[in-house]
Design a protein around this ligand. Structure first.
Ligand code: GMT
Length: 370
């Protein structure tokens, strides 16, 4: 099949999933055309069957901001015509679902549109008063809307009163990249007797990065440890001042945005994910695939990814003492850590097996193509 993928190229789970899906589909012989504002950051420079069509900004003195949305629709039309695309797969409803639909209208031919919801596209952006009707219309006009968790299916029904079916297609990771520690970079991040905690996010308030710092503070009072923070975003200054206030700045490595997060995660002992809501929690899955147990909140879709008490521990949102307790439990009980680590990898390999979920997308593509 010739598949057009519309996605965001900025650092974020939806773009990562779209890129991973595109790579896997290309390996299975499909021709994949990404139509994005920038090159998706998880796409290698060259892979057979993968094409990247970057949307150009059109600057004009009358435009305060270049109308990227229209340029992306225009580019989608151009690519669909030029390559004879069979279908469009929009990742993240805003603005890709409505953009794909508009491109199809302009083309004036049957071109199935599949929309995959990732969470914030409907809970935050799409639910915003100014975008609600556009998002709802985009969903209604899609041939199939998929979601990344059962939680998100329910939330979409509640928010948009969506009547159609919402197949759950779980996210997956590249298990060859996210795998247990190999040539470890651990010694560059922590000393021999220090435990290493990791947190990966875009530092938005929803990620509760201060809970990460406070959990680390409690752990640090009991045993030598270091914390590595991967990513950047609005709460970075808060995180840094909290670290200074608690006298932890020397024990925390602020790595900023990184393209290759796998070696850092794999070098760590425990991942902390205290988000107040995650429709899925891709970072948690990346940790599990690396055999790193996760201490997270039991919120939204996270319990579908982190099997409680088997591959990690779940706490209430904001329960920092419980997060610290569970982290210490994992750090102090080596046998427990080893068991959970092995189970985590196994769980990622079986429940979030890429081939299985890519086949599920293929079935959906085939169903809309009749
Ligand atoms: O979490 C973010 O801020 C980024 C966002 C995105 O769209 O890139 O992540 C969402 O999609 C990911 C991939 O499906 C999920 O793993 C994240 O849980 C989800 N974020 C939220 O629900 C807050």
């Amino acid at each position: 099949m010739k598949i057009g993928i519309l996605c965001h190229s900025t650092y974020g789970g939806s773009g990562v999933v779209a890129a991973e899906l595109g790579k896997k589909l290309a390996q299975r012989g499909h021709q994949i055309h990404f139509v994005t504002v920038g090159r998706p950051f998880r796409l290698p420079s060259y892979q057979p069957n993968v094409f990247v069509h970057e949307v150009d900004a059109f600057h004009h003195p009358l435009f305060e901001v270049p109308p990227y949305f229209l340029s992306q629709v225009g580019k989608t039309v151009e690519v669909a015509r030029c390559y004879g695309l069979d279908l469009l797969h929009a990742h993240y409803a805003m603005p890709h679902a409505i953009g794909a639909h508009l491109a199809r209208e302009i083309l004036g031919r049957e071109l199935p549109v599949i929309t995959t919801l990732h969470g914030t596209d409907t809970s935050l952006v799409g639910a915003h008063a100014g975008f609600y009707e556009i998002t709802r219309h985009g969903l209604e006009k899609s041939d199939v809307v998929t979601v990344v968790s059962n939680f998100l299916a329910q939330q979409t029904r509640d928010t948009f009163h969506f009547q159609g079916s919402l197949p759950v297609v779980y996210n997956f990771v590249d298990l060859e990249v996210f795998k247990p520690r190999q040539d470890s970079i651990r010694s560059t991040l922590a000393g021999e007797n220090e435990a290493l905690l990791v947190h990966v996010s875009n530092f938005r308030p929803l990620k509760r990065v201060l809970d990460v710092i406070e959990t680390f503070h409690l752990v640090r009072q009991k045993r030598p440890a270091r914390l590595v923070l991967v990513g950047d975003g609005p709460d970075m200054p808060l995180a840094q001042s909290k670290a200074i206030e608690l006298g932890l700045i020397g024990d925390i490595v602020f790595l900023g945005r990184q393209d290759a997060v796998a070696p850092v995660i794999a070098a760590s002992d425990v991942m902390l994910l205290p988000s107040c809501c995650e429709s899925f929690g891709l970072a948690a899955l990346e940790a599990l695939a690396c055999g790193v147990p996760v201490v997270a909140t039991a919120s939204c879709g996270i319990p579908e990814v982190v099997e409680k008490d088997r591959v990690g521990f779940l706490t209430a949102v904001g329960d920092v003492p419980a997060m610290a307790r569970y982290t210490l439990k994992l750090l102090e009980d080596k046998a427990l850590h080893q068991t959970m680590s092995a189970r985590a990898r196994e769980y990622a390999v079986t429940r979030f097996n890429a081939d299985h979920w890519v086949e599920k997308y293929e079935e959906i593509y085939q169903s809309v193509m009749g």
